[in-house]
Design a protein around this ligand. Sequence first.
Ligand SMILES: [Zn+2]
Length: 379
Amino acid sequence: MQEQAVRLLTNLLGIYSPSGKEEAIGNFLAEEMIKLGFQVGKDGIGNVIGVVGEGEPVILLCGHMDTVAGHIPLRVEEGKIFARGAVDAKGPLAAMVMAAASINKEPAFKGKILVISVVEEEATSRGVRYLINQGIEADYAIFGEPSGVENITIGYKGQVQMKVVVGTETGHSSTPWLYENALEKAYELWMQIKNSYSYQPLEQQENARSPFNAVTACLTKMTGGRANSVIPFESEMTIDIRVPPQFTSAQVIEATQKIIAEYQSSNPKVMVKATVNDTVEPFEVNKTSPLVHALSASVRKVLGKPATLLRKTGTGDMNILGKAMNLPIVTYGPGDSKLDHRTDEHIVVSEYLDSIRIFKETILKLAELHNNKNGNGSR
Ligand SMILES: [Zn+2]
């Protein structure tokens, strides 16, 4: 089983699959999953869907087949496998496939496992959005991304991306005292937004916020100005605001628009227009969910130490799935996420193998908890 698991992972890593080019890996994975006893189908955009078992609960294990661009030749060295996608996220994906396959040999298991390998996670989240639009249903979900074998990611922040355009009247740059400069005004406005959402990691007072619970803002792009002798009359900024679970993206947009309105009223000669480019809602699973319980217990059982629950300041596909499907979802998988997208991306083989056991224990425990709660599997 260990040899087979390592072979599946190295085979997946041997197929280069940047976003948008998942056909070969999808076909390979579908064939392998059939051999492992799954019922397998491919949906309209190339997501591979494998099913094991039937009935309740329905446990969704979702991973992605694509990687960021940048080929790294596959090599195995001192118990580590180096390749693009080793941790993000073919390691977690292969672990979920192997764990679900092993459930076939567990006669006591009652429930259905869906292992779905999506396309284009690193690009547009098209694969996950398609699943949602198709009306996929499950009772629990685990999103396979590297959290480290002993850690469970239970929350991600949301995100608001805004475009702010600042306009002023223009004139000759030899008379700067006569006109407002759109670049300077935009930056002045940005500083007001930034100061409203300031987060200092060294805040030591009693109710110090963690970075996870703070709204933070980052100026990611600023352009403006035309020619040497012209006072800049237009500036465009892109602002990336991260939203903790105690707020919605709409509340953060409203608060930001209020800051802009106040700036506008004290600077009547400056025109400001703000638009929202994109929003993702924050998501945090309830820690008392059977899902968190089953996964924590399995980490303890296999590794002999307690699991650590992580809340991340980034934003993941788990946000989109969790909000749309309204179910308990966590992100879990072997590998160090600091190696994501790097040229020395690699996975430790023993950690990968441990994670397969943890996924398997989690599936068994979760089905048991669910069916006991709901009266031996019948409703
Ligand atoms: Zn990923």
